[in-house]
Design a protein around this ligand. Structure first.
Ligand SMILES: [Zn+2]
Length: 358
């Protein structure tokens, strides 16, 4: 009986939070460096000059919650700002990090953190497996961090999916594999799997449905009124669902809809790339996903080949308002939707065997 009462209180409290949002600290967030807008071009054979890439504090979400990101214009994978955003909550209870940036800039990421705190690195949570978010995991584990993630992310890391083009999976450093894992509960979307109370903040690790990958986590900082929403949403380049790692475009729609419930109107949403947004900014993205899904499905139902669907240039209406709208980004997006609307392979062991396209 007692347990049920507590549970109901929890639901009521969550509803109240969603309805009102939290009061964030006056004067925050502070944006220090905005990501670049492009367009960017790189010569054939260009190699990322990691030694030139800097990691700096790009925004402050509260007096002790900072966002870190890399240099503009050097990294062709993310030319607007190298790497995937990382975050650090710091204070007397130690540092809690969200994601770790690329392996090649691990020392610089630590130096950036050391520019504002000497506290020990204690906790690290990975929002998804991609190397711009987990590349320096082993480095930060050796600094003392315990790594948290969804169980699926750990599985993806230990047993990676087959990649097209005979690409070998990078060598695994077991020190960088998450040791504290949890799973997504489909009967309670939005429920935190882990909650930390430290440095005056309450931090929720919220496992997501298979969306950008099968192992996504969003991270909510209740007091700062901030949610790190990782890569199921993006506003630099077209959407990317890592289908081989269990992601899907339709799952990304579900993820957007969950944010609609979890975030208040003033909650700052921190994507892994692109600009910081509010939940209303997700609506045009959602509408584009729905539109492209419908258009690609109609063409595929008519028996059109992938080549024909790509040639139809379905993203044309969105090119003017989508930064980073390279041909590669468009083609990847449309190919994913094409694969998803018919005969989409099921997730087995957190992964999908995607069809090879010549
Ligand atoms: Zn990313």
């Amino acid at each position: 009986m007692k347990k049920r009462a507590l549970c109901l209180l929890g639901v009521a409290a969550l509803a109240a939070i969603a309805a009102t949002g939290w009061a964030q600290e006056a004067g925050y967030p502070i944006e220090i460096v905005a990501p670049g807008k492009g367009p960017y071009t790189f010569p054939a054979g260009y190699q990322t000059p990691w030694e030139r890439i800097q990691i700096v504090v790009t925004s402050k979400m509260s007096p002790n919650l900072f966002v870190l990101h890399g240099s503009e214009g050097l990294d062709p994978a993310h030319p607007d700002a190298s790497g995937g955003r990382a975050m650090a909550l710091f204070g007397p209870d130690g540092v809690l990090m969200v994601d770790t940036e690329n392996r090649q800039v691990a020392e610089k990421t630590l130096q950036a953190i050391r520019s504002f705190t000497n506290a020990p690195i204690k906790v690290l949570v990975n929002t998804h497996i991609h190397s711009d978010h987990t590349g320096a995991n082993a480095f930060f584990a050796k600094q003392g961090a315990v790594i948290f993630s969804q169980e699926n992310l750990r599985t993806e890391m230990v047993r990676p999916p087959q990649r097209g083009g005979g690409q070998a999976a990078p060598a695994l450093d077991m020190a960088g594999v998450p040791t504290a894992t949890y799973t997504y509960n489909a009967s309670a979307p939005g429920q935190p799997a882990v909650t930390f109370t430290m440095n005056g903040e309450t931090v929720d690790f919220i496992p997501m449905m298979p969306s950008h990958t099968a192992g996504d986590t969003i991270v909510r900082f209740r007091k700062a009124n901030v949610i790190y929403i990782e890569d199921f949403y993006r506003n630099f380049g077209y959407p990317f669902a890592d289908q081989a790692n269990g992601g899907s475009i339709k799952g990304m729609l579900d993820a957007v809809d969950l944010i609609e419930k979890l975030a208040g109107p003033d909650t700052t949403l921190i994507p892994g790339h692109g600009t910081l947004v509010k939940k209303q900014d997700l609506l045009t993205y959602r509408a584009m996903l729905m539109d492209i899904l419908a258009r690609v499905k109609a063409l595929r139902d008519q028996g059109k080949s992938l080549k024909e669907v790509l040639a139809a240039n379905l993203t044309a209406p969105y090119d003017n308002t989508t930064q980073g709208d390279t041909q590669q980004s468009k083609d990847r997006f449309i190919t994913e939707v094409y694969d998803e609307v018919k005969d989409f392979p099921p997730i087995v062991d957190g992964k999908r065997t995607m069809p090879a396209h010549p």
